[in-house]
Design a protein. Structure first.
Length: 294
């Protein structure tokens, strides 16, 4: 049979083969125990040529009890053994902060079970010789010891990062020292500015007093000008009222004169002649319109 594969790398497949060898050994011991139970029954009870039904029933019941106890004990031991195997794997995974998961439903996958059976058949039952020496491995070291190379790389990375942090800290310290020096210079400059500001404050107060006096004088002048403007405005308002009255009077006189002039114009011969001419022209226009409409 061609060698079946489990889909694992070489290391893990060899580990699986080691466990299958252990399981085959335990299974062989269990079968031998069951065979010995039957052999003991043959040797101890089957000493006569004929037996009654009750005697046969009693022997089978006793054999059933013994075989049941042996098989149950072996099954329990197998379950506990599998738990210990899982405990080793989980313990090694937890050292690297891994969380392994199992799919219990896959334990009854008939296709996978047949694949494992084929793998076992190709590894152990193709010949009755002992397993080759390359499969007999010494006890493996725990993963945490085998991962020393990874730890060394991690330590090297941490040391490199530590060196970078030290260099950065030195740079920060230099910058902090420069900042303190700059702070001292700024404090001295601030003190000088405060001194100068104290000297300038007296001059500013003097200038403010002069400005206040000028503002007061301007205010008085403005109030005087405002009073004069108010009086002048009152005079102009009174003069405007008088002027309006005179204007109305003149408008009335002009209207009366226009009416008188129009009356006199209507009484002239030229006005009467012009009126007669306009009347005749209007009659002619009416005749022409009637002719055009016909």
């Amino acid at each position: 049979h061609p060698q079946a594969e489990l889909g694992l790398n070489e290391h893990h497949q060899n580990e699986a083969i080691s466990y299958m060898r252990f399981a085959r050994f335990k299974r062989g011991q269990c079968l031998k125990t069951v065979d010995s139970c039957f052999q003991d029954l043959k040797d101890s009870r089957l000493v006569e040529e004929t037996f009654t039904v009750d005697e046969v029933t009693d022997m089978l019941d006793g054999l059933q009890t013994v075989v049941h106890s042996e098989v149950e004990s072996e099954l329990i031991n197998t379950a506990y053994t599998n738990v210990l195997l899982l405990r080793q794997l989980f313990s090694q995974a937890e050292k690297w902060y891994l969380k392994l998961q199992t799919d219990i439903s896959e334990l009854e996958n008939r296709e996978l079970l047949e694949q494992v059976a084929e793998f076992e058949k190709s590894e152990f039952t193709s010949s009755n010789k002992k397993p080759s020496a390359d499969l007999i491995k010494p006890k493996l070291a725990p993963i945490n010891e085998g991962g020393s190379e990874l730890l060394n790389k991690t330590v090297a990375c941490l040391q490199e990062e530590n060196q970078k942090l030290k260099a950065r800290l030195k740079t920060v310290e230099t910058q902090a020292t420069a900042a303190l020096d700059e702070k001292s210079k700024l404090e001295k400059l601030l003190k000088d500015l405060q001194t100068i500001q104290g000297d300038q404050k007296a001059d500013v107060n003097k200038d403010v007093a002069e400005l206040e006096n000028k503002v007061a004088a301007l205010k008085c002048q403005f109030e005087k000008t405002l009073n004069d403007s108010t009086a002048n405005q009152k005079f102009l308002e009174e003069n405007l009222v008088t002027t309006k009255h005179d204007l109305l009077k003149v408008q009335d006189q002009l209207s009366a004169a226009e009416k008188e002039l129009e009356k006199k114009f209507q009484q002239t011969a030229a006005y009467r002649n012009m009126k007669e001419i306009l009347t005749k022209k209007n009659e002619q226009i009416k005749d022409l319109r009637r002719q055009l409409s016909k």
